[in-house]
Structures are given as structure tokens and as C-alpha cells.
Design a protein around this ligand. Structure first.
Ligand code: NAD
Ligand code: DAU
Length: 340
């Protein structure tokens, strides 16, 4: 089997490529990635010489390139996206271009070349936001209600994928997954930002009152879920994927990280809230459990510790990121108060 992975130099994509080559060593992978600020070939150092792996630097919006690459493959797993909510609030244009137009270009090429399976990696954020006291969990029938430019662009891409299935018969599947954490996550997202800031002697910026809830999943569980969808998923189906955390909020996560690193609560900095901040996410993954046999394997607290250990052991990886372009973004997002 030959797979085209888009966005394979990012956080989840690079974990997925490592996972796939380990678990399906006979398969070939082409990784198409533009290497935006979030794409990093260091994430794939371990496998860069694997003869089953090929990297192509390029944009999913480049129709000719995408068409040539898709000719060679059986399966597309589409991760490439602009993925950070805060950046979509600063400027949403590239989100529309990559997440919507880029997906449409891939879909056209997949259709033209009769790809056997197009898997679209999406997010639970398309469902909007729950109240803190709401016990509802989102499932595959929940209506879309995206609230940020990022989630609106991902919702648009999901609709396009389904439209290509309905109108042209494209064989697709979609996963809507909750918040991932683990190694190689870019240090703009809450968990790696908190860990690396504390390791640098800086504070953890917590938006608003910190009582915002996410449904955390260790990245390998997400990779395994996609694998199960590729093996057992039905064309035209969507699968919600989530974790096992029980309504844990950002403040509690920050405290867990502080404790593991032996730091005091005074290292938490309450900063201006994210505009339109979604209060709570919760995912019902029972369809994936029933139909695919999916169940998260990795519990939050042990794998948070493992993740902290990874950032401790891989300081060079994140220090390089944080010393470059990132500084400008940090200044723009958090202002002078955060830079000590
Ligand atoms: P990321 O930002 O770490 O990586 C994105 C990758 O896409 C980067 O390597 C980047 O260079 C590449 N890319 C961006 N624009 C491109 C373009 N035009 N052409 C080719 N490559 C391009 O993102 P991530 O956190 O790994 O997320 C991957 C996917 O999973 C995204 O589609 C995201 O919406 C989805 N998702 C993420 C999470 C999460 O918690 N991180 C949860 C659910 C779903
Ligand atoms: O739910 C899946 C989504 O999870 C993915 O689709 C997105 O690509 C991914 O970025 C993530 O979105 P979030 O906005 O939930 O993740 P983030 O790490 O940015 O924020 C997690 C929570 O932490 C959220 O409530 C905002 C808060 N936060 C975040 C940052 C960066 C802070 O309080 N302070 C911060 O500095």
C-alpha cells in the first residue's frame, strides 16, 4: 500500500508517520508538507533514511504537484492545516486558503486519480462549545456550530469532503478528534507552552479564569484511531475520537505540570482571555469503539509525565523553535508582560 500524508512534518502528522512505518513496515509513504512555521523535518529525523519514506516539500494548494503525487498512491491521509486558534484570530486568511481551498484541491486530485480512500483529519471544535455544567458529549449527529475562524475553516473542509462523497462518489472517511498532546507538539499550544515556559523560567499564561475544559488524548491514540478507520472504517462515515479525561480544566492542567516540575502556583499568570473562547469540549467516541474497536490506551496523568520528560530530554528541539520567528508571535500574542 502507498499512502500520501499531507502535513506530515507537523505534530500529529509526524507522530502518525512514525507510527505507520513501525506498524506497517511494508507500506510506502510520501509526506507532502509546505514546512510552514509549524512544519519541522527534525520531527522525522528517526525515519528520514527509511527507504519506504519520501519527503516532498510543497503546498497542498499547488494543484499540479498534488495531482502528480496522488497518481502514485492508494490512500490519502490529510493532516495539513493551519491549526492554531489564536493565530486564526490574529489573521484568518491563510486558514481559509490552506484548510478550505487546499482541501478542495486535494479532493479534486483524489477524485481524478480514483484514490481508494481519502481520510480527512478533522477536529471536535467544529461542534462549537458546551456550557461547563452541560453533561452532553458530542457525537457524529451533533450539528456543526464552529465559533473561531480556525474551526469554521475546518467545518467548511469537512462539508466539502462530504459533498465530494455525495456528489461524485469519492470514497472518504472523516475523524473529528479532541485535543491531542505528546512529543513534537509545537510550543504554541497549551501543554507544550506551559512545559517549555516553566523550563525557561517563565510563567504559564492562562486565559481568563482558566476554567475551560478540553477532552485530552495522547497523540498515539489518535494515530491508532486513524489506523483503525483506514482498516475497518466504512466509506462515507465519520468517527468522533476523544480521550478519557473527566472534565479537567486548564488551571488543573497547569497545576499538574507545576507539581511535576516542582514549581509553585505563583508561576501561573492569568492573562487576557481568548476572544470567543470555547468553554468546554467533550466527545462521545462510542461509535468508534463499537464499530472499530477503538479505546484510548494512554491515561492523561502518566502520559502528561511522559510528555514532560520528552520536552526535558529534547530541549534543543524546542529551544531552536522558540529562539526564531516564534519570538515575534509570542510578543504579539502575549505582549510585554509575559516576556521576562
Ligand atoms: P500542526 O500545526 O502541528 O502541523 C500542520 C502541518 O501542516 C505542518 O507540518 C505544516 O507545515 C503543514 N502545512 C500547513 N499548511 C500547509 C500547506 N498549505 N501545504 C502543505 N502542508 C501544510 O498541526 P497538528 O496539530 O499536527 O494538526 C494536524 C491536523 O489534525 C490538522 O488538520 C488539525 O486540524 C487536526 N487536529 C488537530 C488536533 C490537535 O489537538 N492538535 C486535534 C484534532 C484534529
Ligand atoms: O479540540 C481539538 C483542537 O485542539 C484542535 O483542532 C486544534 O488544532 C488544537 O490547537 C486544539 O485547540 P485548542 O484551542 O483547544 O488548543 P490550545 O492548546 O490552543 O488551547 C487549549 C486550552 O488552553 C484552551 O482553552 C485555551 C487555553 N490556553 C491556551 C494557550 C495557548 C491558555 O489558557 N493559555 C495559552 O497560552
Amino acid at each position: 500500500m502507498k499512502l500520501l500524508i499531507t502535513g506530515g512534518a507537523g505534530f500529529i502528522g509526524s507522530n502518525f508517520i512514525r507510527y505507520w512505518l513501525k506498524n506497517h513496515p511494508a507500506d510506502n509513504i510520501i509526506n507532502l508538507d509546505k514546512l510552514t512555521y509549524a512544519g519541522n523535518l527534525e520531527n522525522l529525523k528517526e525515519i528520514e533514511d527509511n527507504p519506504k519514506y519520501k519527503f516532498v516539500k510543497g503546498d497542498i494548494c499547488d494543484g499540479n504537484l498534488v495531482n502528480e503525487l496522488i497518481k502514485e498512491v492508494d490512500i490519502v491521509v490529510h493532516f495539513a492545516a493551519e491549526s492554531h486558534v489564536d493565530r486564526s484570530i490574529i489573521d484568518s486568511q491563510i486558514f481559509l486558503k490552506t484548510n478550505v481551498i487546499g482541501t478542495q484541491i486535494l479532493l479534486d486530485a483524489a477524485l481524478k486519480n480514483q484514490v481508494k480512500h481519502f481520510h480527512h483529519v478533522s477536529t471536535d471544535e467544529v461542534f462549537g462549545s458546551l456550557a461547563l455544567d452541560d453533561k452532553t458529549k458530542w457525537n457524529e449527529c451533533t450539528p456543526y456550530d464552529p465559533k473561531s475562524p480556525y474551526s469554521a475553516s475546518k467545518a467548511a473542509s469537512d462539508h466539502l469532503v462530504r459533498a465530494y462523497g455525495n456528489t461524485f462518489g469519492l470514497k472518504y472517511t472523516i475523524t473529528n478528534c479532541s485535543n491531542n498532546f505528546g512529543p513534537y507538539q509545537f510550543p504554541e499550544k497549551l501543554i507544550p507552552l506551559a512545559i517549555t515556559n516553566l523550563m525557561e523560567g517563565k510563567k504559564v499564561p492562562i486565559y481568563g479564569d482558566g476554567k475551560y475544559v478540553r477532552d485530552w488524548l495522547y497523540v498515539d491514540d489518535h494515530c491508532k484511531a486513524i489506523d483503525l478507520v483506514l482498516q475497518k472504517g466504512k466509506a462515507g462515515e465519520t468517527y468522533c475520537i476523544g480521550g478519557m479525561t473527566d472534565d479537567i480544566n486548564n488551571l488543573e492542567i497547569a497545576r499538574m505540570i507545576l507539581k511535576i516540575l516542582g514549581k509553585h502556583e505563583t508561576e501561573i499568570d492569568f492573562v487576557k482571555d481568548r476572544p470567543g473562547h470555547d468553554r468546554k469540549y467533550a466527545v462521545d467516541w462510542s461509535k468508534a469503539k463499537k464499530e472499530l474497536g477503538f479505546k484510548p490506551e494512554y491515561d492523561f496523568s502518566s502520559y502528561l509525565e511522559m510528555t514532560i520528560k520528552w520536552y526535558r530530554d529534547n530541549k534543543e528541539w524546542w529551544q531552536k523553535i522558540k529562539s526564531g520567528e516564534y519570538k515575534k508571535y509570542y510578543q504579539l500574542q502575549y505582549g510585554k508582560a509575559q516576556i521576562r
